[in-house]
Design a protein around this ligand. Sequence first.
Ligand SMILES: [Zn+2]
Length: 107
Amino acid sequence: MTKNKYFVYWCKDCDIDFLFRAIKKKNFKAHCPVCGDFIHTELVKHLWTDKHYVYHKQYSLEEDDILIECRNRKMPVAEIMKILDGRTDKSIYSRIRQLKDKGRIAR
Ligand SMILES: [Zn+2]
């Protein structure tokens, strides 16, 4: 399987992050999948992935387990980001909130 390069963009307007296949074009601006605009999108980081990425991909059971374990060890989100490659801090924070709602992480 070939590795594809992706860029993570963030739309300041909608407060969401999304992935875009790397396009070799100067000053390329990604369009936000929600508002369709590109004025408020910002490049967050580059990443390589060999997984087919689905926008706002669901967290796998494995990722949840890692996240819960990391939180139990009181690890900061910046550290968790290094383990859960491809997940942004915003994404991790919102997943932690969901897991707390489900009672899988202690409040
Ligand atoms: Zn937007």
